[in-house]
Design a protein around this ligand. Structure first.
Ligand code: SAJ
Length: 406
């Protein structure tokens, strides 16, 4: 039996995938409400294909509990935030999970960590907990790091098709862990040591952060000298070895905007491009505010409360608002006491900010300027409804005439 610890954005789909591919699975989360919701037949977030996967897993006998199980395999997928001041990994949830596992696990069990962590985390935090519990790692308890790679919005497909990394202390355990993931994963499963697996995952997300930062920096350069950054990127990308990413209002989510900080925190003085990229991406919400300000002036708009922000999530067609650029823009606005701006997102059903709308038409009625911050499918389909508004499109999805861009 496999006990998946942490039933969030990664743990839940992983548990469901394992269960629907013949594994006996119990999903454990300390949040009792979440467990109750799953036990009453409801998924806890929206994701393409998740409901179908949930049904298949329930039919296959998956169980959800807030208690840790006594078993020989644990997969840990709990949050790994970073400490905003030191920029270092905050390992408290991982530590908590491993301590709980140690209370119930038998000798011979394997603990697989899926959460993204900075290199050396298993050595620094996990191995000592295991040893302090009276076990010898590599003999009584086996450790592995198998970082996830799935992208929100396409998780179910990517779980099955992406290549994976499995880091362990010895090859026998690597084979055992590989066998578990092979139940559903059609991609290549590369085995390595734990520290390499830890570093690889952080390096992958940092690569993307740096590349997005390049696009965002170009945007600022082009804006300052009246050049069209999108046309320049389009043409540059015709080169066979150039692939510049898309500028945007900032980098959100709980991965790319977080993981590079682990390297900055752990390697001060060495992680220079990484730090610069983080700063550029973090400066984008402020840059959007400047653009809003300039366009309002240019178009003779004076009333901030007639400005509408479209999109609250960190990217299109997901309901995740963690580190979202829109929230950062709203925070900046509050600092400058420029309140009253309207906000709408079809994916966010709860009220989380002031002046939030749940009806697109009502939102449009109350604004003269729309700032497109997220390219949800909804707005792509309903673009015509924006005709007549002043539009700032930070995602380059609007084809209406006179659309302003970053
Ligand atoms: N973004 C841009 N321009 C782009 C691409 C993205 O501004 O050209 C923005 C998005 O709007 C968003 C942020 O960056 O705010 C991050 O979005 P994303 O789609 O690039 O990535 P995530 O955070 O949803 O998922 C990433 C993925 N990592 C990589 O692509 C290297 C995913 O594979 C990982 O599993 C995930 O992080 C994770 O959990 O670590």
């Amino acid at each position: 039996m496999i006990n998946v610890i942490g039933l969030g954005y990664i743990g839940l789909p992983t548990a469901l995938m394992l269960a629907s591919h013949g594994m006996e699975v119990v999903g454990t989360d300390y949040n009792k409400e979440l467990v109750t919701q799953l036990n009453t037949g409801h998924t806890t977030f929206e994701e393409r294909g998740l409901d179908e996967l949930f049904k298949a897993a329930v039919n296959a006998g998956i169980k959800f509990s807030h208690e840790y199980q006594k078993t020989d395999m644990y997969i840990v997928a709990v949050p790994t935030p970073y400490d905003k001041r030191s920029k270092k990994l905050d390992a408290r949830y991982v530590v908590m999970a491993v301590k709980e596992i140690m209370k119930v696990c038998p000798k011979g069990a394997t603990v697989v960590l899926e959460s993204t962590v900075s290199p050396g985390t298993v050595e620094k935090y996990i191995r000592p907990i295991v040893e302090e519990s009276g076990f010898v790692t590599g003999r009584d308890i086996h450790l592995a790091h198998a970082p996830e790679r799935i992208i929100p919005g396409n998780m179910v497909y990517e779980l099955k098709h992406n290549a994976r990394t499995v880091g362990t202390d010895n090859i026998c355990i690597a084979e055992k862990v590989k066998e578990v993931y092979s139940s559903f994963c059609k991609g290549e499963i590369v085995t390595t040591d734990i520290r390499t697996a830890e570093m690889t995952k952080v390096v992958e997300n940092t690569f993307r952060d740096i590349n997005i930062a390049y696009a965002n920096e170009l945007t600022k350069i082009c804006r300052s000298d009246n050049m069209d950054v999108y046309e320049i990127i389009r043409i540059a990308n015709k080169h066979p070895r150039v692939n510049i990413l898309s500028p945007g209002p900032g980098v959100g989510g709980h991965c790319i905007s977080v993981d590079p900080w682990f390297l900055v925190g752990d390697y001060p003085g060495l992680a220079n491009i990484i730090l610069a990229a983080r700063k550029i991406n973090d400066s984008m919400p402020e840059f959007v505010l400047e653009r809003i300000h300039d366009i309002m002036k240019e178009k003779g708009l004076k009333d901030v409360s007639r400005v509408g922000l479209y999109g609250l999530t960190y990217k299109e067609d997901v309901d995740d608002i963690r580190e979202s650029p829109t929230l950062q823009i709203l925070e900046c606005m509050e600092k400058h006491l420029a309140g009253g701006v309207k906000v709408y997102d079809p994916w966010v059903k709860r009220n989380i900010v002031a002046n939030q709308y749940h009806d697109f038409e009502a939102f449009l009625r109350d604004v003269d300027m729309v700032v497109i911050l997220v390219g949800h499918s909804e707005i792509r389909e309903k673009m015509e409804m924006l005709r007549g508004k002043v539009i700032l499109d930070t995602r380059k999805i609007c084809t209406l005439p006179d659309t302003c861009r970053l």
